[in-house]
Every structure is written in structure tokens, then in C-alpha cells.
Design a protein around this ligand. Structure first.
Ligand code: NAP
Length: 238
């Protein structure tokens, strides 16, 4: 079968590796991160919206589209629904299970940036692990706060009132505990990505009694079949 995987996550890479021996797989990346080491065909860059993706499906005679993108990459998931419909190609999705609070956790769930800022009132030293968004608001850092921001790629330093760390997971619990202690973090701001690779910060926050402001996931479109395990998705195609 000719399969297009919309990727950009570790699980998508795993899926491509499992399907490649049996199917003609094309693995697609937006182009923001590293290109994984795969033996299937790999393409990089946007398609030009849902219509562009539909055209790609037709031109490459794709028989199954699999959306294995990150749960916060909502635009491409909506484009996939549009394209699959337009090109009459079945669409399956892998959706990584979300995190849930465990005993000892103190979470405040928020939906967007303004709710994050409201939830942070009263805290002094937040640690942001939600990508680049805090850097767009560096001029709005409250006078009683100092921010620690971790993101994937180096960015120009924007404000003397924040520290910017560039690092890629996975991170170990001991590393996260030491980091939060060193920076005297009193609240962790995370997005509900789910998965093991960056979960250690939640375990560290639990250990240190640090509260968590959790950005909830965008609502993703409903697709024909949804899997929460790569293994079971791959088994359907074996
Ligand atoms: P997004 O907002 O949903 O998509 C923005 C645009 O990027 C899409 O409209 C599409 O461009 C292009 N695009 C996204 N994923 C693509 C893919 N797999 N192949 C080809 N084009 C793609 O996505 P995002 O949040 O910027 O994330 C970009 C990529 O990084 C995704 O593949 C995602 O899996 C990965 N990622 C995202 C996050 C996150 O927190 N958002 C975290 C880890 C990894 P066109 O409209 O031109 O087709």
C-alpha cells in the first residue's frame, strides 16, 4: 500500500520504521526539526494548505494517509481531514495519550496564553516549557517575576528579566530537579504533550512540591480511525 505519514514526532518515526518493510511509505516533515534516519522516502516542508496536501495525495497515488503529528500541531491535522476528504483517501490518526495529574500533583488547567498569565499571578519564578510563546511576551513580564524559558532552538536573547535555555529532551528526572532547584522555580508551565520524553519535569515538580500550570490540548478533528498505540496501528497494516 502507498502510505503517507505526517510526522514530526518520535512515534511517527517508529511507525515509519515498522511500516517500511511492508509498504511504500513516504514520511513527511514540516522542516523545523532534525531529519530522522529512515530508509523510506522522506519529504520536507509544507504542502501549501489542505488543497496542496490533497494534490500531493493524488499525484503520489496515496492509498492511506496517517496523521502522526504532535497533539499541539492542530493546523496540519485539520488540513489532513480536508485533504483526505477532497482526494477520497482514508485517514487514520495516532494520538498520543495525554498526561493526567497523579497523587501529589497540583495542576491548574488553562486553555491559552491569557489564562496562563492569570494563573501565574502570585508566583515569582515560573519555568516555561511551552515553546516560543513566552518570548513574544517578554515586555509583559510582571515586575515581581523572573522567567526561565526552555525551547528547542537558540533564539535571540530578548529580555534581561528572563533566562533562555535551549535544549532537546529526553531529560532525566535528576536533571529537572537540579534545574528547578538552581533557578528556585515555584511554578512549572507545561503543555499537555503526553509521552515519556519530556515527562520528567512533571515528576520533578511532584517531588519538589512545585505547582503546574498545564496548557490543555487543542481540539483535534475526528478521523476515520484513531489509535493511541503505534504498535496497534502498525499491526492493522501488517
Ligand atoms: P501546525 O501548526 O499544525 O502546522 C503548520 C504548518 O506546517 C501546516 O499548515 C503545514 O504547512 C506544515 N506542516 C506541519 N506538519 C507537517 C508535516 N508533518 N509535513 C508537512 N508539513 C507540515 O504544526 P506545528 O505546531 O508548527 O508543528 C510542526 C511540526 O512539528 C509538526 O509536524 C509536528 O508534528 C511537529 N512538532 C510540533 C510540536 C508542537 O508543540 N506544536 C512539538 C513537537 C513536534 P502547509 O499548510 O504549507 O502544508
Amino acid at each position: 500500500m502507498r502510505i503517507l505519514i505526517l510526522g514530526g514526532t518520535g512515534e511517527a518515526v517508529e511507525l515509519a520504521r515498522r511500516l517500511t518493510p511492508v509498504h511504500a511509505v513516504i514520511y513527511s516533515l514540516a522542516g523545523k526539526g532534525k531529519i530522522p534516519d529512515l530508509t523510506c522516502a522522506v519529504r520536507v516542508g509544507g504542502f501549501g494548505g489542505g488543497d496542496g496536501l490533497a494534490a500531493f495525495l493524488r499525484a503520489n497515488h496515496i492509498e492511506l494517509l496517517i496523521d502522526a503529528t504532535h497533539p499541539f500541531a492542530a493546523q496540519i491535522s485539520h488540513n489532513a481531514v480536508h485533504a483526505a476528504d477532497a482526494a477520497a483517501v482514508p485517514l487514520w490518526a495516532y494520538q498520543r495519550p495525554a498526561w493526567s495529574p497523579e497523587p501529589g500533583d497540583d495542576w491548574r488547567r488553562v486553555a491559552d496564553w491569557s489564562e496562563i498569565i492569570t494563573a501565574l499571578a502570585g508566583f515569582k519564578r515560573p519555568f516555561f516549557t511551552i515553546g516560543l510563546e513566552p518570548l513574544r511576551h517578554d515586555a509583559e513580564i510582571p515586575l515581581d517575576q523572573y522567567w526561565l524559558v526552555r525551547c528547542l532552538a537558540a533564539q535571540p536573547l530578548v529580555s534581561p528579566r528572563l533566562t533562555l535555555l535551549c535544549a532537546t529532551g529526553p531529560f532525566k528526572r535528576e536533571h529537572e530537579v537540579a534545574l528547578m532547584r538552581d533557578y528556585r522555580i515555584d511554578v512549572l508551565v507545561a503543555k499537555n504533550s503526553g509521552g515519556r520524553a519530556v515527562e520528567a519535569k512533571l515528576i520533578a515538580a511532584r517531588q519538589l512540591g512545585v505547582e503546574v500550570v498545564m496548557l490543555e490540548r487543542p481540539i483535534l478533528p475526528v478521523v476515520e480511525r484513531t489509535f493511541d498505540e503505534i504498535r496497534s496501528l502498525a499491526a492493522e497494516l501488517s
